[in-house]
Design a protein around this ligand. Structure first.
Ligand code: ZN
Length: 216
């Protein structure tokens, strides 16, 4: 459940044993705060495991603040369903590993900025940020059941090659169905990935885009 709070009115209210409403506030000073109770549950478990403070460096974000910090348009921070955390006395790897073990769906182990991002997205999504790149995907509990296509895929393409593409797009958090039909939603998702990876934004899933999707 996602609850709405006012920083002024509810800031000192506890949302769990160790967390208060104001810790999730947007860094732009906005009064409104959205917090997912599921997210709080995960944070509290991490806090208990660490036995040390968990600092939320970014919790809820307004749309404008999210854009200002370069967050994805579909960022779970905007929905109150994500938190970037720094855990006293624990490495980012250990925190990410623990988060995965307790079933947190969305995890980014950010080795560049030394924080771990967790969120409550519907699918599984695990990535590592290292050297300015998203380099690895794992922890999704299964292999892609479709073979990688050897040809470029574009709007209008159909078949299992498209299903391969859609499987990976889904894994990267895009909401679409794996139906083997390359429509507008699939194209938009491909463009979004291309934009984020610094590739040519043409909506065509060529060799480079496919490699980016696989996380290399
Ligand atoms: Zn984040």
């Amino acid at each position: 459940m996602i609850n709405k709070y006012s920083k002024k009115r509810d800031g000192s209210k506890k949302v769990s044993d160790s967390f208060r409403v104001r810790e999730f506030a947007c860094k732009d000073g906005s009064d409104v705060i959205y917090i997912d109770t599921k997210l709080v549950g995960y944070l509290q478990r991490i806090r208990n495991w660490a036995g040390a403070p968990v600092r939320i460096t970014s919790g809820y974000r307004t749309k404008s603040h999210n854009a200002a910090v370069g967050g994805a348009g579909s960022s779970y921070h905007v929905k109150g369903r994500a938190a970037d955390i720094v855990v006293t006395g624990k490495s980012v790897k250990d925190v990410a590993k623990y988060a995965e073990a307790i079933g947190v769906p969305g995890i980014e182990c950010n080795e560049d900025s030394r924080y771990v991002h967790i969120d409550t997205r519907p699918g599984k999504y695990y990535w590592i940020r290292r050297g300015g790149k998203d380099i690895t995907v794992s922890g999704f509990g299964g292999k892609c059941p479709y073979g990688e296509p050897g040809n470029n895929l574009r709007r209008g393409s159909k078949g299992n090659g498209v299903r391969w593409l859609q499987f990976w797009l889904k894994l990267w958090g895009r909401s679409l169905s794996v139906d083997g039909d390359f429509g507008k939603k699939t194209e938009d998702a491909v463009k979004d990935i291309q934009r984020r990876r610094g590739l040519k934004v043409d909506g065509i899933a060529g060799k480079k885009t496919r490699a980016a999707l696989k996380g290399y």
